[in-house]
Unconditional design. Sequence first.
Length: 347
Amino acid sequence: MRYPDFLQPNGTIGFIAPSFGCNIEPYKTAFDHAQQTFLAQGYQLQLGPNCYEGRGIGISNTPASCGREFTDAYCGGESDILLSCGGGELMCEILDHVDWERVKAADPKWFMGYSDNTNLTFLLTTMCDTASVYGPCAPAFGMEPWYRNLTDAMDVLTGQTQQVRGYELWEKESLKDEEHPTVPYHLTEKKQLHIFTREGELPKEKSVTVSGRLIGGCMDCLVNLLGTNYDHVTEFQARYREDGFLWFLESCDLNVMAIRRAMWQMEHAGWFEAVKGFVIGRPLCFGQEMMGMDQYKAVCDSIAHHNVPVIMDADLGHLPPAMPFVCGSMAEITADRNRICVNMKFQ
């Protein structure tokens, strides 16, 4: 596994828009404020040509333009790390326009984003054997003040920490809008993890520890990649089978039935071979029930036969705050009903 160099003081942060750009509010003002914050911290900035674009369908610009932007930014020497300007809908369409051979040959560079950015974080790791960060997109850093997950993400990128811990509260409904683009998270919900083992749901007073190599992202995107020429999971598993795998998964547009279908599809594609455990983020459809199916049955019933810990409602995904996960790293995760700690090793 290749691990990029950490961002140094006065280093250059590059911004690109392989999915949505920051052309509308509240994202434009939040992104502008994020840049001001980074400049005040002493960093240099490099903006890609699509950061403020909105002419694309489901992405910032044409697939060719977005693919070229990513390739040039990743392989060029103008920036030290790359942050995505946002998630979106159709980043998959840029993949044919990325020069993957150039990316594989280039010195590794940290790329961070989540949601639609799974198309890059997952493929950088499974195709290019390069670690990436499943974490916040650039406009989030425009909030004032920063919440701890943003500090955690920067501490990972700068090499200040390889350990992240969960957060006490989470946001069910955001107060961010066009008139309030830089407000902090609206944290109203108390975090409670649900942990399932072969004996059933873990009692409140007990904890579980599991280790393996982190891999995963947004299920909406992962099942779209499955079975395509970008599906290199079998080869990735062969390289790191002795480590075992910790799958971190979350969802955006999927309802509980679609989550169940996604888990079934990944299971039957062989993606969960050598799995050591699962970390499942809070789905955007949190609390939904359909025909007796809830978010817990949607996940657990499909993978129960693996007899590994399943940590659910973790601080990961579309209901913030979310911990930054280094995709491709080795990790030891300890969790009980109220706490989760992720120790990542870059080996």
